[in-house]
Ligand binder design. Sequence first.
Ligand SMILES: [Zn+2]
Length: 490
Amino acid sequence: MNLKRSLICILLLSALTLAQHPAPHKKTAKAAPVTRPKADPVAAIHQSALIVDTHADTPQRFLDENFDLGQNTPVTEGHIDLDKIKQGNLGAEFFSIWVEPEFKGHYAQRAMDLIDSVYQQAARHPDKITMAFSADDIARAHDQQKFAALMGIEGGHAIENDMRLLRDFYRVGVRYMTLTWSNTNEWADSSGDIQDPNIKHHNGMTDFGKDVVREMNRMGMIVDISHVSDATFYQALLVSQAPVIASHSSSRELTNQPRNMTDDMLRAMTNNGGVVMVNFYSAFIDENYRKASSDPEKIKQRDAEVAAYKKAHPQADGSPVTYDETAAIEKKWAAQFPRPPLKSLIDHIDHVAKIAGIDHVGLGSDFDGVTSLPEGIDSVVDLPKITQALYQRGYTREQILKILGGNFMRVMREVEATAKRLQDERKESDALSFEDIELMVGNRVNSVQLADRIKQHGVNFDLTPERRTQLKAEKVDESALDAMVKARKK
Ligand SMILES: [Zn+2]
């Protein structure tokens, strides 16, 4: 036991003694001078922090289980509710709008239903929850001692390859989007199926995918690179003019999972100015757990059980069986492997802090979306244990506050500032974007009129072979295409 540790123990003990024997309220006439024990420094740090967690899958529970945040649930059923949020001093949560790929043909509808479910929670508990859409909103909610609810889309397929839907999602309050989930979509590769030869990959991102990143920058929606393939990651960083986040990713150096980040990626995040929010899931933070739980035979057995359940419980309206319904099977299966120690999670936070830097690390729990968490972390109630562990490793108050939320707040403000700058620049230059061209073509502007407008305003994009093919398919003729090449500005 080192000196700092024993000091903490003494302080904790004295705090406990104090709690058990509260000082009498009445002042005695001749009170002996009391030496007040100092307050527990770890608790003080934790209570003073604005804590932001960037990934929880609770909306599925709102929508599919009719779960209300006001219900106090056992930790075996859920990681987050209002009571637990208060105990853990969580200030803001990004609720994940995770669109299960099985909802094919209805991605946007599923996303909108999940978004509505978050608003419903805020409407039911207006004294405790407030919807937040900016860093200022989060700070204001914190000042008012309210919990800030935010939303991030998980899986770029939710926009159904439509830039207009992306903008609509921003308008209804979505403030980040993972470019992919575990599935490669039509414009960005995922780490989840990158080895699968049956999936059509893009060597990273298509031109449209890069435009998605640009449009997110322009609006002020945070680009989230959790889940993407390595090539998508590096391309997103090249294209993005704003810092990006990994909303829930851990270190691949420590736990060899393809959706974890290599040290080289962590260093790239430093240059980008972004932040890596460490995922708590046992299989992403502990090599022993990962190996045990990736045994192909064991996985086969679990998948068979889930498939059998789905077959036995067909939905009346034909919609897919949701994750929530099969979660019990998955949790029971995961429980056969021993939970990793809390140390494994702290090692990941420590590693990201060392490689990417103390300004580039945060918390992205994945609560309500994972079947196993490290020992001691049963729900959001246990967040103070992370503060304590970091303190014991020698992290200062200032550094801990950065990890718990300060770093994310800085990145969110930078993303907002970049959006403002891009929107101001756009006002000054009237050069047409590829989006503008697409809109005109969609509105049946003919090639002659198109070429005229291009000559008049100029364009701000390169006519890549992919774009050329796309426009040709939409019957744009060569003269308009030539005009685009000639009218390229800057
Ligand atoms: Zn995820």
